[in-house]
Design a protein around this ligand. Sequence first.
Ligand code: HEC
Ligand code: HEC
Ligand code: HEC
Ligand code: HEC
Ligand code: HEC
Ligand code: HEC
Ligand code: HEC
Ligand code: HEC
Ligand code: HEC
Length: 467
Amino acid sequence: MGSRGGTGRPEKVMRAALAAIAIVLLAPDAGAAGGAYKETAHGDKEQGVRRQRGVTPGACSHCHSRPIGAVRGSGEMTLFAPNDNTLCFTCHAETRGSFTGRARFSRSAHGLETGLAWPGPEPRARPTTDGGKCLNCHDPHGVRDGAGVIPDMLRLRGEALCLGCHGGGRGSKDVGAAFRQPYHHPLTGGQGPATSTLRSTGLATAGAPAAAGCSACHNPHVEAVAATQRRAPAPPPSLQGVAHVRVTSGAPGSEPSTVPVPADDATPAAEHEVCFGCHAKVTARGGGSGARLSVAAQFNPANASFHPVLAQARSTDLDRAAFANGWTADRQVYCSDCHSGDDGRVRGPHGSSYEHILKKRYPTVRGEKMVANDLCFDCHAFKTYGDPAGGAAVDRSRFPGHASHVARGDGCFVCHESHGAATQPTLIALRTPGITSFKPDMQGGSCTVSCHRTAPPSAKYRTSLRR
Ligand code: HEC
Ligand code: HEC
Ligand code: HEC
Ligand code: HEC
Ligand code: HEC
Ligand code: HEC
Ligand code: HEC
Ligand code: HEC
Ligand code: HEC
């Protein structure tokens, strides 16, 4: 603390008195600290805050340079800088873990002054002018709750913090509602260890908790609002800055090899690179469900067929009119084009009322009839693939039996894989009941099937496609 004037005796006494008051005010258990400060990264006696020379690391006075201000009745502690992000940037300009520096934060959705500040009620609401501040999420003194000191000096634990603003009715979309749907990514339940394990190891930790807290897919210091309609495979802005994997595909049907990429890597991450952080064999977690959840091999572009997530489809000559909603054969798809909330409002695979977190209904049981609003018809024309009254539209597919089968209750699932097929063309699924073998030829193709009550159990078709 700078001493300017002379140090006459009365002044010294006065100073001592003020210092005593300051000590009470700044006692680690006082005021905002709530008793957590000593256990936080800021309060650490060796590694804690350091700004002034000769002052012990962790001392309050590194930030409250003139505690005397508080006594004079301003009601606030005197900080060494205005109470905004520049104060934090004094020491946090550079990358530290998921905080990837001042420049990226200032461009992020949370760094921009959006007017949406912490809405309260617990901890208490901040003024709307605080939009964009670190203080919406962090308390520089740390917070202690029933379970101990909250990690990362956050104001609330785990997703409770995020849902405070993204839980609906607060000026932002209701992501919380998606997580209350019957099928959802498991959250950390506020326990939060998933976050830190993910961060330090790049996801691939055997035995790590089977949870995907918000931070498994989003970095609150980096992610940005998508300015334009997203289109695969462009890296989604809101998934940037999270630990993910880089994928190299091998022989058909094989698992890709994956290399962990840390949060602070600046190369834009594709969506599937975030998903494969947990949904590839080497990274899959969740105990028994691990194997089932590993889907990476199904998207291998060396496979005989695949939905075009990792690469464009091999044959892109299919009639535009066989697609719906502007989709075309040469476009790629995101995982979240199929796995997303079903209310049509919040993007992303947070949760859905449909099994497998699907955006729309997808019947997988024979006899459950498909309707025009089902998942596949989001991109493939209902008139071609599902509607026997589709007329000429039915002829836009190579297989003339689509609409008739589908209308009977033999949905796409009976004949097709959803992700990819290592050995079969056209996503043909070999399953029972269903197709047991398939062979396309120039005129059409032939199938052996377990559904038809004919002998031999085979069917030949002539393509209806006119070339
Ligand atoms: C890293 C910087 C930093 C350190 C170290 C720090 N503070 Fe603060 N303090 C702040 C900031 C920033 C605010 C304003 C907080 C806000 O607006 O919510 C603040 C506000 C306060 C307030 C006002 C109460 C409130 O919630 O508005 C008190 C009291 C306080 N600090 C006490 C302390 C004490 C005691 C210590 C040491 C045990 C300490 N501070 C250490 C940055 C710091
Ligand atoms: C005077 C320097 C200083 C200021 C100002 C400062 N910090 Fe820190 N902060 C530190 C140091 C030192 C650490 C521990 C660094 C380390 O271990 O690398 C730290 C760590 C952190 C951490 C990591 C917590 C953890 O548990 O690992 C967060 C979060 C953080 N600071 C947020 C803030 C925020 C928000 C502000 C502004 C209100 C702020 N800091 C202001 C010096 C400062
Ligand atoms: C929208 C909420 C939010 C805002 C705003 C925010 N943070 Fe964080 N911060 C978090 C969360 C959550 C974590 C815990 C790690 C994670 O989930 O990525 C964290 C972790 C950190 C860490 C520790 C990183 C590590 O991996 O060890 C630092 C340092 C940090 N924040 C600094 C800041 C600073 C400085 C600001 C403002 C410039 C800021 N944060 C703004 C939510 C936020
Ligand atoms: C203080 C309120 C607040 C908190 C807390 C908060 N956010 Fe946000 N977040 C916002 C605002 C404001 C935006 C800007 C866009 C909007 O209004 O949805 C935003 C945007 C986002 C976006 C980009 C959305 C898009 O349109 O692409 C993501 C992703 C996000 N937040 C995730 C998180 C996560 C994860 C956490 C917890 C670590 C979190 N948020 C905590 C206020 C908050
Ligand atoms: C941090 C790890 C993690 C990440 C990253 C992750 N997931 Fe998951 N995912 C899980 C876990 C754990 C489950 C739930 C498993 C269970 O309930 O048995 C799950 C479940 C799912 C399911 C439902 C599977 C079913 O039928 O039960 C889908 C679909 C899914 N994830 C898609 C995605 C997509 C798309 C992404 C990328 C945007 C992604 N996941 C990223 C861990 C993760
Ligand atoms: C074209 C739509 C579509 C795309 C794109 C898609 N999925 Fe799926 N996914 C489905 C359907 C439909 C199911 C459920 C039926 C099935 O298992 O075949 C499913 C099932 C799953 C399951 C559960 C697997 C199981 O056996 O229980 C996981 C996990 C999953 N998807 C993850 C992903 C990931 C990760 C991506 C991106 C790399 C992705 N999906 C891309 C449609 C899609
Ligand atoms: C398994 C990965 C995963 C998890 C876990 C996850 N998200 Fe998302 N989130 C996504 C994806 C993927 C998107 C869509 C990104 C895109 O394409 O722009 C998304 C989009 C969002 C958006 C923008 C929605 C819109 O329609 O504009 C917000 C806000 C958001 N997430 C917040 C959260 C919050 C809060 C949590 C935790 C409660 C969370 N997310 C957990 C993957 C995830
Ligand atoms: C988000 C859009 C989208 C959705 C939803 C979608 N598809 Fe596709 N599908 C495509 C695109 C793009 C292609 C690539 C076209 C090609 O292969 O020529 C494709 C290709 C296919 C192919 C041909 C693959 C090949 O190698 O020839 C089949 C079969 C298929 N989809 C079935 C389905 C089924 C079944 C569903 C529902 C589970 C579905 N699709 C949902 C976009 C979608
Ligand atoms: C009875 C079995 C069967 C059912 C049910 C079925 N398909 Fe197919 N589908 C095929 C066969 C066989 C081919 C391959 C045609 C060829 O290449 O000669 C095919 C090809 C396709 C193609 C590739 C492009 C084309 O049309 O030639 C798409 C896309 C497709 N199906 C989508 C769907 C969708 C969407 C559904 C559900 C609405 C569905 N299929 C239901 C058997 C089926």
